[in-house]
Design a protein. Sequence first.
Length: 140
Amino acid sequence: MALDFSAHEEPQVMVDINTTPLIDVMLVLLIMLIITIPVQTHAVKLDLPRADAPPVKVLPTVDEVDIDFDGTILWNGTVLPTRQALEAQLSDLAAQPDQPELHIRPDKLAGYKYVAEVLATAQRLGVQKIGIVGYEQFAL
């Protein structure tokens, strides 16, 4: 409580609460809450090469799949007439004990639908080593 010495003749008691200690306590609690909240991390599992792994002496074999702007699929430069021919090639590739790498090279104007179909088919048939080549043509 405090006294009010204004123009009145007799002093009156002020009944306002002093909120400064309350604000100080609340600020300390807020800072403690901010500090103790754990930082949320979003982890993506990656299979990175180990530093102590020996260098690769044998270059892997590579099969190339080109996807043209109209959806035409070429396997190592040879046009595949149907989707069944693509599935047969991918099945043969997946059946090998040491699978060759599959490099997919889409044309810049190729629709996403055609690329997604090839990727989904390869994944469904069990192809493990897939890479997309020529992505620098898509850079702005």
